[in-house]
Write a protein that binds this ligand. Sequence first.
Ligand code: ADP
Length: 259
Amino acid sequence: WHLARALPFTRDGKIVKWFGTNTDIDEQKQMQRQKDDFLGIASHELKTPVTSIKAYAQVLGAMLEKEGEQRKAEMVSRMDAQVNRLTNLIGDLLDVTKINSGRLQFNKVWFDINKVVRETMVDLQHTTHRHKLVEDFTETGKIYTDKDRIGQVITNLITNAIKYSPQADRIIVSTRREKQEIVVCVQDFGIGIADNKQDKVFEQFYRVSGSKQHTFPGLGLGLYISSEIIKREGGRMWVNSIEGKGSTFCFSLPVTTLN
Ligand code: ADP
């Protein structure tokens, strides 16, 4: 009787569908867990030495500046920039393990979304000489959600727009209010994404393949993390893109009734 209940039989005793044995599924689950555990432990262990290298690089840079050793100070500042890249990669790996194990924490506050978008744009404008980051805002009002996490999403979208539009000279960031939602979009005039790849870019570790691998470094985690954050906050993330012309990535967030 137990077996009959466990298997998808019809009334006359035929098996409707057969998905695989329980052992297969258990093994798969266990492997996934082991992979997540490994990723979690490895990224956690990497974090400590990298934080310490960063601290030393900063002290060393300041010392060299003081001693008038400009060239050496410049080299240390490049080291520092690479350490920042490493820190961000490790941060992404940690976020993925948190998302996959349901441990991503949210610290909600009231904030003005336009202000956060503007601050992020000012920060990121320093990272590109080629692109002008253009504001196209309308009044959106305040929302109640995790400000740092939303900043992380906006940073990710703008960083991608810069990275994947090496020949373009501007990126347009817009905000608008649509009924009970706030919508933020980042438009670039870069390489774009083929129609059949557009949904896949939100999957973990997915990167549009091709000869571009070396031109555009990355792990393929940013959009996965961003879309999971937005989903957890009750919003959606999507992309409109034309290959060779550019992409517009947008996300929406619900305006809470408290607003
Ligand atoms: P990463 O940039 O580290 O590869 P992401 O998760 O941010 O990871 O993006 C996944 C993939 O989606 C990228 O590898 C790239 O192929 C594609 N992609 C993301 N943003 C853009 C963009 N603005 N224009 C074109 N392709 C993009």
